[in-house]
Write a protein of this length. Structure first.
Length: 205
């Protein structure tokens, strides 16, 4: 099964901010225990690269990707550390082209028809929609799915336990991403049992 197929199967992609590498593996194990086999570690912290490496080494069952990738340098660093997919908040042609050329799954953030068409030109059909809550949420995704029928979206930003089902019921939504099941606070405070419980709760919905 390819990376994108695994993301689609998971349906929920926990977006995880790790400030201390010692919390990386326990967070990954907590997510796995909750029934989710994928996580996106954001490149917002100095611990991101080492956290990806730690999870890749210690948790072979976890599909780990790098999120908030905004430069080609970050992209290369993440891949060196073992990232299996790349997520960027916006469309960056350099990052996308590098990933496409090296057969790496990449989901850039695209919220306008122009960005979607640029991504499609690179052969991409699964795109991040971020921040979903700001850019019209499900209503916007439904509107964009009409002219771009072959494209599916991973909305992130504003997704939570309350609206999760509504998003996932729409065929144009590939999966959803979110921090609510694995918050920065819970990770830093070591609330790993809570993370497991929130993962289970999200899956049950």
């Amino acid at each position: 099964m390819g990376v994108l197929e695994k993301l689609e199967e998971a349906r929920i992609i926990p977006v995880v901010v790790i400030e201390d590498v010692k919390n990386a593996v326990p967070a990954a194990q907590a997510i796995l225990a909750g029934g989710i086999g994928v996580m996106e570690i954001t490149f917002r912290t100095d611990a991101a690269a080492d956290s990806i490496r730690a999870v890749k080494d210690a948790c072979p069952d976890m599909l780990v990707g790098a999120g908030t990738v905004t430069t080609l340098e970050q992209c290369r660093k993440a891949l060196e550390c073992g990232a299996q997919f790349i997520v960027s908040p916006g469309y960056d042609e350099e990052i996308v082209k590098y990933c496409v050329d090296h057969d790496i799954a990449v989901t850039p953030g695209c919220v306008t028809p122009t960005e979607i068409m640029a991504a499609m030109k690179q052969g991409l059909r699964v795109l991040k929609f971020f921040p979903a809550g700001v850019y019209g949420g499900l209503k916007a995704i439904k509107a964009l799915s009409a002219p771009f029928a072959g494209v599916r979206f991973i909305p992130t930003g504003g997704i939570n336990a309350e609206n999760l089902r509504e998003y996932l019921d729409f065929p144009g939504v590939f999966a959803v991403g979110g921090t609510w099941i694995c918050t920065k606070k819970d990770v830093s405070e070591g609330n790993f049992e809570k993370i497991t419980e929130l993962c289970r709760e999200a899956l049950s919905k």
